[in-house]
Design a binder for this molecule. Structure first.
Ligand code: LLP
Length: 420
């Protein structure tokens, strides 16, 4: 067999059947990650909760899989929330984030009894209180805190530093105002705190530091207001494999060390351990996905480089142009052929920056070859656009060696759907 198999399926056959570009996801892989979360975190540690950060990849079918696997879901917009509602996702397992939730989004969340709202700024408390009062509901909230940590990742995906649009800065004054205000509200129940320090982290040290800081904070609010923190949400951020040299760590590499720090810090400060929440996104779906493209124009600039263009690019994967993200790929119909050339994989957009991979080693290529870009399961479909009026690819899910369509390919008519 000269074809690349992914999750037991022949990717060249998938490309023929569904056309390209095509997002291909492995349900088996997603289920394995969810099982790891249950076994190594939820069942290992009592009073814990795991929610999937759906911004990484969400469709109705994905929400159904997460529901079946018993995890919760983290949403950051009315659209993500609506998707979850549409598959009858258990509302108490939904956490609603966002640094600027609109009144309409808060209404949708509160009307539907969303499990928790993570409050990102002090002013939001009153908005929630007013809507909750109107609907005669009591809303559970956590405060998102920016713990003031700078981390080693691309600056656009750092989120926990002081100079950030996210969260309430960790100063005594702001925390005091926030906690006092929340505790004075009739229709709000303050459960605790949340932090998310960034994404694609391959080491656990920043999570551990952040935990220590947050538990110190729990001690301060206990001493000042007698407020006992019931829940601590530690966000996501666990990294995956994209290119050589990077390796996805086991969940327990992050969670065991965090739980150890939680236990230790709580003991040091004489606090009872709160319920601990994790919110991985990329770690669950990143390596579960690949994108298949058909190779078209091949342009050799002698002595400089060879540009190999594919039938997708920036609209289905904006990460290389946004974050200089690196990807690996294989030529799906030539996996056993020796890589003898180095080429640059370009997208088809009218944009010089639309390059998917610089300097990829490949066998001799020709028009019609199928390229499989790896680890595209997270933040590809969810960040896709119609730039250059290019329709979005279909999404196919693989399970037990069988394929099924979960999102149809957009048509030209779909592009015109809302045009007046
Ligand atoms: N929880 C919160 C509150 C978050 O803001 C995020 C990601 C997550 C959980 C999940 O993070 P993960 O486990 O997936 O790293 N578009 C960027 C990533 C942005 C992540 C934003 N927040 C990218 O393509 O790299």
């Amino acid at each position: 067999m000269n074809n690349f198999l992914f999750a037991g399926c022949d990717t060249v056959e998938l490309a023929k059947k569904y056309k390209t570009p095509l997002y291909v996801m492995s349900e088996d892989y997603i289920i394995d990650r969810c099982a790891e979360i249950r076994g190594d975190f939820l069942e290992k540690y009592p009073r814990t909760m795991a929610v999937y950060a759906s911004k990484a990849f969400l469709t109705k079918e994905m929400a159904r899989i997460i529901k079946r696997e018993g995890l919760g879901i983290d949403v950051v917009s009315g659209g993500e929330l609506y998707t979850a509602i549409k598959v009858d996702f258990p509302m108490d397992k939904i956490i609603f984030h966002g640094n600027n939730k609109t009144i309409e989004e808060l209404e949708l969340a509160i009307e539907n009894n969303v499990g928790r709202i993570v409050v990102d700024h002090i002013e939001e408390i009153q908005l929630i209180e007013d809507i909750a009062k109107k609907h005669k509901k009591k809303v559970k909230i956590l405060f998102r805190i920016s713990p003031g940590l700078d981390i080693q990742t691309h600056k656009y995906i750092q989120t926990g530093q002081v100079d950030s649009k996210f969260g309430i800065p960790l100063t005594e004054e702001t925390i005091e105002t926030a906690v006092k205000k929340a505790l004075s509200m009739e229709n709000i129940e303050l459960l605790g705190f949340h932090f998310h320090i960034g994404s694609q982290l391959l080491e656990n040290d920043t999570h551990i530091k952040a935990i220590r800081i947050m538990i110190e904070l729990m001690k301060v609010v206990k001493d000042k207001f007698g407020f006992i923190t019931k829940e601590l949400n530690t966000g996501g951020g666990y990294g995956i494999h994209y290119v050589e040299g990077e390796k996805r760590k086991s969940l327990s590499y992050f969670t065991d060390s965090m739980m150890k720090e939680v236990e230790k810090s709580c003991e040091d400060y004489g606090l009872e351990r709160p319920l601990i929440i994790i919110e991985p996104g990329r770690w669950i779906v990143g390596e579960a996905g690949i994108t298949l493209y058909t190779i078209g124009a091949i342009k050799e600039i002698p002595g400089i480089r060879t540009y190999v263009s594919v039938d997708g690019g920036m609209p289905d994967n904006p990460r290389p142009s946004l974050y200089q993200a690196k990807y690996d790929a294989v030529v799906a119909n030539k996996v056993n052929e020796e890589a003898t050339e180095t080429v640059t994989i370009a997208g088809k957009c009218c944009e010089s920056g639309d390059i998917l991979i610089w300097d990829l080693k490949v066998p001799r290529l020709e028009r019609g070859d199928i390229l499989a870009v790896l680890s595209t399961g997270a933040y590809n479909y969810s960040m896709s656009s119609n730039y250059n009026r290019i329709p979005r690819p279909a999404v196919v899910m693989l399970k037990d060696g069988k394929d099924r369509l979960i999102v149809k390919r957009e048509s030209y008519e779909d592009l015109l759907r809302n045009d007046i």
